[in-house]
Design a protein around this ligand. Structure first.
Ligand code: IVH
Length: 730
C-alpha cells in the first residue's frame, strides 16, 4: 500500500506520535523496520499459535501498515523472510502437517474509502477496462474466525487443514468431523462432483456460544478466551476431538483451493457468486449477507450497511471483503506476493469510546484469584452500553503486559482517569489508553490491595507460575476461610450445570450465607430440618409458597448423578467434561473417592490408573490430589455425602468382548472417525485411553501410527488393525 496514504487515514492510531514515514531517514527506517518485524512476529506467534493476542486487531493492523509503508518507501529493506511475503504463522507442531495443494493466501486491507477507490482503479487499469465497462463484485462479510481448507476426494471429506503459514497447515480432520454434517458435509451432495474438491471458508463460534463457553471455563477454572475467534481456534486445536465436539462451531464456505477432475480442470461456475451457489448445492452454509455490487458507491454502501448490522449479528465480523466476481478476470489479475489483486478486505474501524473510570473494584473468584474491574461512566460502544471493563491484573493497571511488554507507552490507570475503551473482538471491553491531559491533578497511582476485600482481610499473594516464577495473578490466601470464595463455590454448586437447584441463585446464596444459614453445600440439605428455628417464610421476599417450593427443589436433588456431584465439588481443573470422564472411568462415588484419597497420598499405581483415563492428565490429577489432601474439603465432602444419594455412572455393557478392557486408538483411522470409535468402545464397556501403558489391553492402529505402536510392542500389548477391531466388537 502506498505510503502517501498513511497521512490520509483518519482512524485513531497508536502511532500518531511517530515520524511520518515520508520523513524518516534511511537509518531511522532500517531501525524501526527491524523493530517492527520482531514485534509483529511476536504478535503473530501469540495470535496464531497461542490463541492469546495481547493487542487488538486494529492495533496490529496499524503496526503492519507502518511496516509495509516503510518497506514500500525503502524496498531494499525487504528480505526473503519479509513479513509482507508471509501469511499467518507457522503451524504449532502438535498436529500432523498438511501441505496445501494451492497456497492459502491473505487479503490486503482497506481502511479509508479512498483505499477502496484506489483498489477499483488499480483493477480497471490492470485489465485496461474502458470507463463504461462495469466491474461486478461479490461483497461478503469478513468473518472473524479461523480459515479452513476442506479436501474432498470423490466427494468424501479426507482432510481438513488450518491455514498455518499459507503453505502448510495443521491436520485437524478428526476435529472438523465433529462439527456435524450441516456445517461441514462429510460427503458432498449433488452430482458431477469433481474428483478433487477443496472448499475453503471460515470456522467460527457464535457470540452467544462463546459467552456460554467462557462461563463454563470460568466455573471449571479453565482458560478464559479473549473473543469468539480465539475460542474457535482453541476448540479446534484440541488433541481430543470429543472436546471439539462439545464446542458449537459453525462454518461458512467462501473460497476454494484445488478443484480438478480426470477429464478437465474446469470449475463448476465462472463467477465467485456462482461458486458460492455451487457450495450451497454441495451442502455448505454460505453467508446470507453476501451481495453483488457494481460500483465503488455500492461497495461503500455495503460496508456501511453491514457495519450497522454488525452488533446484531450473532457472529463476529471485522470488515467486509470485495472480490471481483468474474473468475477469468481474477485469473488475469493474479497476486501480488501474499495477496490477490482481485480482492480486498475493507475493515471496520475499531469500536472505541472515551469515558471516565469512576472506580476500580476487586472481584474474588471461586479459586481465590483477585480480578480488578473498572467501573465506568456508562458509554455506548458500537451499539452496546458498557459500564464495566476488565483491568486483568495488577501489572496491566501499571502498564505492563503479560510478557513483560510495555502497554499504553507505560501509562498507568487510575481512579478518575479519562480512558479510551475498546470492545475487542466485539465482546470484552478493554482500556486501550489513558488521556493524561485529563487526569485529575490530585490523582494517585492505584495500589493493588495486599489484603483480600473479604471480611477476613487475609493476605494477598502473587501466584507462582508452573515454572515457579511470579505470575500475573493475585490470589487470596484465605482459601477455605475466605467467605468470597465460599460464596462463589456455593453459587457454582447450586447452578444449573451442577446440582441445578431451582430458586437458589446468586442473590439467595449471598443472603443465606451472610445470615449464616448456609455456609457449605451440605447445609443446603439441612435447611428444611432447621427451618422451625430459621423461619425462612418470615424473611423479606419469601412467603410460605416460595419456601415450600425451595425445599421441594432441594429435595428433588437429593439424588444426583456421579458426574454432576464430582463437578459440583468445585475441584480446580475439573469442569463438566472432566467430571464426566472421571465418573465414567470409576463408575461409583466409592471407587472415585477411594482413588482420589490414594492419589492425594501419592499412590503411584492409582495415579497411573487415573492418568490412563481418557482426558485426564497431570494437571487434573494434581488438582484432585490438592483437593483431597485438604482436611477442610474432606469434612465438607463427608457432611454433604450424608445428605445425598450419588447415583452410579451409566453402567457400561458387561456382555461384550471388550467390557472392562482399556483401548488406545492411534494413527489416522480410515474406517471410522476417532470420535465414533471412542463412542462405540465406551458403549461396549471399554475404557478409551490416550496413552499406552502396561494396563492397556488393545491398541487399534491405523496408518501412520507412531510412538504409541512402539510403546504397545514394548509392553507386549495386542495391536489390532481397524478390520480386526471391527471383527472383535462384532
Ligand atoms: S477470501 C485469497 N473471504 O480473512 C483470499 N476471506 O485476512 C482468500 N476471511 O485468511 C480469502 N471472511 O480467514 C475471504 N468472505 C471472506 C472471508 C475471508 C473471512 C478471512 C480468511 C482470510 C482472512 C484474510
Amino acid at each position: 500500500m502506498a505510503n502517501s496514504k498513511m497521512a490520509k487515514r483518519s482512524k485513531p492510531s497508536i502511532n500518531t506520535d511517530k515520524t511520518p514515514v515520508d520523513l524518516l531517514t534511511a537509518k531511522q527506517a532500517a531501525a524501526e523496520y527491524a523493530r517492527l518485524q520482531t514485534e509483529i512476529a511476536g504478535h503473530d506467534k501469540r495470535y496464531y499459535q497461542q490463541d492469546a493476542p495481547v493487542i487488538s486487531d486494529a492495533d496490529y493492523d496499524e503496526l503492519r501498515l507502518r511496516h509495509n509503508a516503510i518497506e514500500s518507501r525503502f524496498p531494499d529493506l525487504r528480505t526473503f523472510e519479509s513479513l509482507s511475503l508471509r501469511v499467518g504463522a507457522a503451524p504449532t507442531g502438535r498436529f500432523k502437517k498438511v501441505r496445501h495443494a494451492v497456497r492459502m493466501l491473505s487479503l490486503d486491507n482497506a481502511f479509508a474509502e479512498q483505499d477502496v477507490v484506489d483498489f477499483v482503479g488499480r483493477i480497471r487499469r490492470f485489465l485496461n477496462l474502458p470507463e463504461d465497462e462495469k466491474i461486478t463484485f461479490s461483497a461478503e462479510p469478513k468473518i472473524d474466525g479461523l480459515s479452513m481448507s476442506l479436501r474432498y476426494e470423490d466427494g468424501e471429506l479426507v482432510t481438513a487443514a488450518t491455514r498455518g503459514d499459507g503453505e502448510e497447515g495443521e491436520d485437524v480432520t478428526a476435529n472438523i468431523r465433529t462439527l456435524g454434517d450441516k456445517e461441514v458435509p462429510h460427503r458432498l451432495k449433488g452430482r458431477n462432483i469433481p474428483r478433487i474438491t477443496e472448499v475453503r471458508g471460515e470456522v467460527y463460534m457464535t457470540k452467544a456460544d462463546f459467552l456460554k463457553l467462557n462461563e463454563r471455563q470460568k466455573a471449571a477454572g479453565d482458560t478464559i478466551f479473549a473473543n469468539p475467534r480465539n475460542s474457535a481456534a482453541g476448540s479446534l486445536r484440541q488433541k481430543d476431538p470429543s472436546i471439539t465436539a462439545s464446542r458449537p462451531l459453525g462454518f461458512f464456505a467462501y473460497a476454494w483451493g484445488e478443484i480438478s477432475d480426470k477429464s478437465s480442470k474446469s470449475l463448476p461456475a465462472d463467477t465467485q457468486s456462482g461458486m458460492i451457489k455451487w457450495f450451497e448445492h454441495c451442502g455448505f452454509k454460505t453467508n446470507p449477507l453476501t451481495k453483488i455490487c457494481h460500483s465503488v458507491e455500492e461497495l461503500i454502501a455495503f460496508h456501511r450497511q453491514i457495519g450497522e448490522e454488525r452488533a446484531r449479528l450473532d457472529y463476529d465480523i471485522d470488515g467486509v471483503v470485495y472480490k471481483v466476481d468474474r473468475l477469468d478476470w481474477q485469473e488475469r489479475l493474479g497476486f501480488v506476493s501474499r495477496t490477490p489483486r482481485w480482492a480486498i478486505a475493507h475493515k471496520f474501524p475499531a469500536e472505541r469510546a472515551t469515558t471516565i473510570l469512576n472506580d476500580i473494584e476487586i472481584q474474588v473468584g471461586r479459586t481465590g484469584s483477585l480480578t480488578p474491574v473498572g467501573k465506568l461512566e456508562p458509554v455506548g460502544v458500537g451499539g452496546v452500553i458498557v459500564q464495566n471493563v476488565t483491568l486483568h491484573n495488577e501489572d496491566y493497571i501499571k502498564g505492563i503486559g503479560g510478557k513483560g511488554e510495555i502497554l499504553r507507552e507505560g501509562r498507568d490507570i487510575r481512579r478518575g482517569d479519562t480512558v479510551i475503551i475498546q470492545r475487542a473482538g466485539d465482546v470484552i471491553p478493554q482500556v486501550v489508553d489513558v488521556i493524561l491531559e485529563k487526569r485529575p491533578p490530585d490523582s494517585k497511582k492505584y495500589k493493588f490491595p495486599t489484603k483480600c476485600p473479604c471480611p477476613l482481610k487475609t493476605d494477598v499473594v502473587r501466584e507462582a507460575t508452573s515454572a515457579g516464577e511470579e505470575g500475573a495473578r493475585n490470589r487470596c490466601t484465605g482459601e477455605f476461610a475466605c467467605p468470597f470464595q465460599k460464596i462463589q463455590h456455593l453459587i457454582l454448586f447450586a447452578s444449573r450445570r451442577a446440582f441445578d437447584i431451582e430458586g437458589l441463585g446468586e442473590k439467595q446464596i449471598e443472603l443465606f450465607y451472610e445470615n449464616g444459614w448456609v455456609k457449605e453445600p451440605g447445609d443446603i440439605f439441612t435447611l428444611k430440618a432447621r427451618n422451625a428455628k430459621l423461619k425462612l417464610e418470615e424473611v423479606e421476599g419469601y412467603g410460605e409458597t416460595s419456601v415450600r417450593n425451595l425445599f421441594a427443589a432441594i429435595d428433588e436433588r437429593r439424588r444426583i448423578s456421579l458426574e454432576r456431584f464430582i463437578f459440583a465439588l468445585g475441584i480446580r481443573q475439573v469442569g463438566e467434561t472432566t467430571a464426566l470422564a472421571l465418573a465414567r472411568g470409576y463408575g461409583t462415588w466409592k471407587a472415585f473417592h477411594d482413588a482420589a484419597l490414594k492419589v492425594a497420598k501419592g499412590d503411584e499405581e492409582t495415579i497411573a490408573e487415573m492418568d490412563a483415563l481418557d482426558q485426564i492428565g497431570d494437571t487434573v490429577i494434581q488438582a484432585i490430589a490438592a483437593y483431597f489432601s485438604e482436611k477442610h474439603n474432606l469434612g465438607i465432602v463427608e457432611r454433604l455425602t450424608r445428605e445425598v444419594t450419588i447415583l452410579d455412572a451409566e453402567r457400561p455393557k458387561t456382555d461384550s468382548k471388550i467390557a472392562g478392557k482399556t483401548v488406545v486408538f492411534t494413527g489416522s483411522l480410515e474406517k471410522f472417525t476417532r470420535d465414533e470409535a471412542k463412542a462405540t468402545a465406551e458403549r461396549l464397556g471399554a475404557k478409551v485411553s490416550g496413552s499406552v501403558s502396561k494396563k492397556t489391553d488393545y491398541v487399534v492402529a491405523g496408518p501412520g501410527a507412531g510412538s504409541k505402536l512402539a510403546e504397545a510392542q514394548k509392553h507386549g500389548v495386542t495391536v489390532l488393525t481397524e478390520d480386526e477391531w471391527l471383527a472383535l466388537i462384532g
